[in-house]
Write a protein that binds this ligand. Sequence first.
Ligand code: ASP
Length: 344
Amino acid sequence: MQACSRRGFLSTGVMAVAGGSMMSNPTAQAQQKGLIAAKKPVFVATWNFGKPANEASLRRYTEGGSLLDAIEEGIRLTEADKSNASVGAGGKPAANGKVQLDACIMNGPGSKAGSVGGIEDIMHPISVARAVMEKTPHVMLVGEGARAFAIDQGFAPANLLTPEEHDAWKTWKKENQSLEVGEDNHDTIALVGLDGEGNLAGGCSTSGLAYKLPGRVGDSPILGSGLYVDNEIGAAGATGVGENVMRFCGSFMVVEYMRQGLHPEDACAETIRRIARLDGRPIEELHINFIAVDKQGRFGAAGTGKGFPYAVTYPGYSQVLQSKALSQRAIGIEGGNAPIDQQP
Ligand code: ASP
């Protein structure tokens, strides 16, 4: 009954609008800035590629999937996109030339979670993470054990290294061999959502830092670091240099700031400021970014340096927005949520 009315409601507006057309309406404007509750379900994801992922999530939900199905579907889209060199198939390999993927998923009701770290040869680590959550008594599997579990569950092994990334890796090996972390050799899809019943869920998937030491696991599959969902409060996800998130339980911290009453954008910004204080380096050097949605459906994001693009999608609206930006020179002055006019 609930599902029927939900579908009826959604069918009037889903995907019909790609942002902008409701700008004359002050309520719609406030929703699009994340200031008041967005229409539900609402999906919030990192980077430009978060927009098609969010839209896949909304589609899946509209078709009758659960919030968790929707989150998984959106992330699977990004994982399958071989042109994306930081998530799933086509991801940049570790220093030994092997693509090693990290992912986790978390459901608000019951705080259920599953995770895989450093898994090889499996295109959809998000689905393996979900299988860990649903089919084992554990939360996290890593390396060869995670791969064996996936194959046992029917996931087909696949070669994830594209010819382009193989060539790039060979060049790196020949010319460089350093493990320097640049701004452009890593990214993550973190995707969080709130459904019509007020439940929260999220997922996170990445190939991690390019040419990382084999076996390196970042923040993304670590609950509380790359992702955290608290069904009473909100959900948060991270992207950026994992080492600068996982020492601080970054996503958990964002959720805790929301618990204290902060708006999601302020919670993300305050987390970055606190991490920078504790770390001691200038904010710009940390390369960390957070997204968040609260239990009401308000959303926001903040990132270091110039900030980062993130995507917000709800019935009748789907847009890439610019996050709040934090730098040492002007801590937190740039307001977030200006639409970015480039699409997938
Ligand atoms: N957080 C990811 C990692 O450290 C990379 C990223 O999101 O840029 O593995």
